[in-house]
Write a protein that binds this ligand. Structure first.
Ligand SMILES: C[S@@+](CC[C@H](N)C(=O)[O-])C[C@H]1O[C@@H](n2cnc3c(N)ncnc32)[C@H](O)[C@@H]1O
Length: 247
């Protein structure tokens, strides 16, 4: 595949403080200022994956494009690992990632975790969302869509992360991409803390919501745990936070 990422950005292309700043600029600056959106929109793999996912996702276009760039151009540079998503709602972003993974990385699975019944308990000291938000979903019809699309690499896991994540981590073994898209503090904390030990070297953790105005609970976890406690610097802050896990 022709690599249409911006090149020669005048920044060192190397690891610095456990992330590659250059690669972060390629995606973030490329999308925001460097004409990457148009290039992605004319990429047939993006077009196909979006076509099968578009009626089921509320993910913003820039966030989806950034995930696409990570999968298209960067996952092949780190050791093999599966993908896990915390917060799948109607399954759109999981279907999108599974479609792309199936084309690019044979054997790579996408584990999609959700109650599939809406938000559980929330902490009203910090979460704007309410219990029961996102309950307009239907696991049976999602399963039927996944089967119809032949996405045998997509594993739908129903239940609270607190009840399902441990067995998924063991089943998957190692993860190259974790998409944390669950909006509320407790869920972001639980998923991050429990996926981190299972990330492969150089793997990507993407926080969909931590820079979104309605998700300060997610922001607080990134500030308190990822940055302050674990001392990580981000590879991207736009369109969403991206961190790398190096052992
Ligand atoms: C913003 S939605 C996900 C959007 C989705 N990725 C998309 O493409 O449209 C957030 C989801 O997180 C789920 N969630 C939040 N906390 C959870 C928990 N502790 N266990 C399981 N699911 C949880 C909610 O049920 C909700 O469906």
């Amino acid at each position: 595949m022709f690599n249409y990422l911006p090149q020669g950005l005048g920044v060192a292309n190397e690891l610095r403080n456990r992330r590659n700043v250059y690669e972060g600029y390629q995606r973030g600056w490329g999308l925001q200022y460097g004409g990457l959106r148009e290039k992605i929109l004319s990429d047939s793999l993006y077009q196909e994956a979006y076509e099968v996912a578009k009626d089921r996702t509320i993910m913003s276009p820039d966030n989806r494009m950034n995930i696409f760039l990570i999968m298209r151009f960067f996952l092949g540079k780190v050791p093999f690992g599966h993908i896990v998503e915390f917060g799948s709602y109607r399954g759109g972003s999981a279907i999108f990632m599974a479609y792309v993974a199936k084309q690019l990385y044979p054997g790579m699975k996408v584990f999609a975790l959700d109650t599939f019944e809406g938000m559980p308990f929330v902490d009203k000291r910090v979460d704007a969302h309410n219990s029961g938000d996102f309950s307009d979903t239907d696991l049976i019809s999602l399963q039927a869509r996944v089967a119809e699309l032949g996405l045998d690499n997509l594993v739908l896991v129903k239940g609270l992360f607190e009840n399902t994540q441990a067995s998924v981590m063991v089943q998957g073994g190692g993860f190259s991409l974790a998409h944390i898209d669950c909006d509320i503090a407790s869920a972001v904390q639980y998923s991050y803390d429990n996926v981190k030990p299972f990330m492969i070297n150089g793997g990507y953790i993407v926080f969909d919501d931590a820079t979104v105005s309605s998700c300060i609970g997610a922001t607080e976890i990134v500030e308190d745990l990822v940055i302050r406690r674990d001392g990580l610097n981000s590879e991207q802050i736009w369109p969403h936070f991206v961190f790398r896990i190096f052992k």
